[in-house]
Design a protein around this ligand. Structure first.
Ligand code: SAM
Length: 213
């Protein structure tokens, strides 16, 4: 399903953060702990030395992540970046428009972002950047499949097919389902997103599944 031509994802997120809103349910509670458990172990086991986080949000998820000093948080919302800079003064945060100035990183992250890239051009541009900026791994936490959704800021896509078509130098190394699949009766405590870890075809990768409380 195509998006409304009137909807702007960047305007939506800046307005949401400026109004005091947060990144969302996926950045809190057990959903955030699952994401952190997977990533912290992945970063440690694979000796990741640098990270670019594309769509870092308000910093709630970042607060749970043990990431190397060489970290850059990127977001389309200046209000979100201001919050992150205040909360993590030793880390670097840059607007999405400056992404062309960034050096590559061993790992790029896209956590609960892909299904918010409502406009086709934004989706293709952001996905291209996500892979172009990574030297070893790309970790995506997202839904994967077309589905109608009532919220205008959500657009589900079959992104793995798009990546397979457009990123021949990368291979899907692992699909790790989240242990709390989406339940419409508990939308704030469940998620339609899973982890998808990409690497170069020759990449060896260690991935542990955390035990959830
Ligand atoms: C649901 S929040 C997730 C935040 C964080 N990654 C997390 O897991 O908590 C989605 C974030 O993606 C950002 N975003 C949306 N479109 C973007 C784009 N084209 N480039 C960079 N960030 C974008 C939003 O501003 C928002 O902060």
């Amino acid at each position: 399903m195509s998006a409304s031509p009137l909807f702007s994802s960047s305007t939506y997120w800046e307005g949401r953060y400026r109004a005091g809103g947060a990144s969302g349910a996926g950045s809190l509670g057990r959903l955030a702990r699952f994401k952190a458990g997977v990533l912290n172990r992945f970063v440690q086991d694979n000796h990741i030395g640098s990270v670019i986080d594309l769509g870092c949000g308000d910093g709630s998820q970042l607060a749970l992540l043990d990431l190397p000093r060489d970290y850059v948080g990127v977001d389309v919302s200046p209000a979100a970046l201001a919050r992150c800079s205040a909360r993590f003064p030793k880390r670097l945060f840059v607007p999405y428009g400056m992404i062309g100035c960034l050096p590559t990183a061993e790992l790029t992250l896209s956590l609960d972002v892909i299904y918010h890239l409502v406009e086709d051009a934004v989706f293709t541009d952001t996905t291209r950047s996500l892979f172009a900026l990574a030297t070893r791994f790309v970790a995506i936490y997202a839904s994967n499949g077309e589905a109608d959704w009532p919220d205008p800021h959500v657009r589900h896509r079959n992104f793995t097919s798009y990546v397979a078509e457009t990123q021949p130098d990368w291979r899907l190394l692992a699909h790790l389902p989240n242990p709390c699949p989406y339940d419409p009766n508990h939308p704030d405590d469940t998620s339609f997103a899973d982890f998808y870890i990409y690497g170069r075809p020759s990449a060896a990768c260690t991935l542990h599944v955390p035990v959830m409380d």
